[in-house]
Design a binder for this molecule. Structure first.
Ligand code: AP5
Ligand code: MG
Ligand code: ZN
Length: 248
């Protein structure tokens, strides 16, 4: 019997129950229907975005990338974009106050009710704490924090070969993951660009910021028992297989 039909029978069954019991059953039902909430951790260029897109597709949950949200705002010339760009171009983090608000607004949208994969958030301990307490108020929690582990030596090489679509967020690599037609996004046909923050000097700064401010999250999520690490130096399909083995 289909799941929907089962739920309908269930509802008919409980239609005449007292309200408090009915509410309790509905609450459990909603919980059951919740999909996964996943955080992607890893250095800049580790492949968080590449894997998050694949996860989103496989598990039918939205891919939420704070970097993509900022880049879309920069492209559209919004006030938020102007402010974020000052930090991003230097490889620095956008201040927590600004980033947290944007992320919480995004995950409050309807499509995120069933779960999501966060890519590039949280990036500091205070961001993680705000997220945890916002979820706690809703009786929810993060299921897994997946760390895509790639040593610094591999990173700079990856970044200089990356080409990004600023319209739909797709990423390519001129050697490893080339688009079908050079310079054109496979998914939406827009022009592919080298991101402003992918210049080698900026990448070095981003790595330093990662080690100082983001890496402590590995201990944070280890302590919560939800950290899972995958070797991000493998071929992207193998990385994905390792991740789906974890997520089930
Ligand atoms: P963001 O956009 O999040 O950048 P990032 O963390 O630096 O990560 P990247 O997007 O550069 O790398 P990725 O791990 O997604 O790798 P990708 O899959 O593209 O943030 C940009 C900026 O925004 C920050 O610096 C900050 O200023 C600001 N910001 C964002 N979020 C913030 C927050 N929460 N707080 C404060 N500030 C924030 O892969 C990289 C390349 O490698 C690609 O070319 C890809 O095709 C290739 N590749 C991927 N996997 C493989 C593989 N297995 N083998 C070979 N090549 C591969
Ligand atoms: Mg990314
Ligand atoms: Zn595109």
């Amino acid at each position: 019997m289909g799941r929907l039909l089962l739920l309908k029978c269930f509802r008919k069954d409980i239609a005449n129950l007292p309200e408090n019991r009915y509410n309790k059953i509905c609450e459990n039902e909603n919980k059951e229907r919740q999909k996964m909430k996943i955080i992607m951790l890893g250095a800049p260029g580790a492949g968080k975005g590449t894997q998050a897109k694949m996860i989103a597709e496989q598990y039918k949950i939205p891919h939420v990338s704070t970097g993509d949200i900022f880049r879309a705002n920069i492209k559209n010339g919004t006030e938020l974009g102007k402010e974020a760009k000052q930090y991003m171009d230097q490889g620095l983090l956008v201040p927590d106050e600004l980033t947290v608000k944007i992320l919480l607004d995004r995950v409050a949208q309807d499509d995120c009710r069933g779960g999501y994969v966060l890519d590039g958030f949280p990036r500091t301990i205070p961001q993680a704490e705000v997220l945890d307490s916002a979820l706690e108020k809703l009786g929810e929690k993060i299921d897994y924090a997946v760390d895509v582990d790639v040593p610094d030596e591999n990173i700079v090489k990856r970044m200089s070969g990356r080409r990004a679509c600023l319209k739909c967020g797709a990423t390519y690599h001129i050697e490893h993951i080339p688009p079908k037609q050079e310079g054109v996004c496979d998914s939406c046909g827009s022009e592919l660009v080298l991101r402003d923050d992918d210049r080698p000097e900026t990448v070095q700064n981003r790595l330093k910021v990662y080690h100082d401010q983001t890496q402590p999250l590995i201990a944070y999520y280890t302590e919560k028992g939800i950290l899972r690490t995958v070797d991000g130096t493998m071929d992207m399909q193998d990385v994905f297989r390792a991740i789906t083995d974890i997520l089930g």
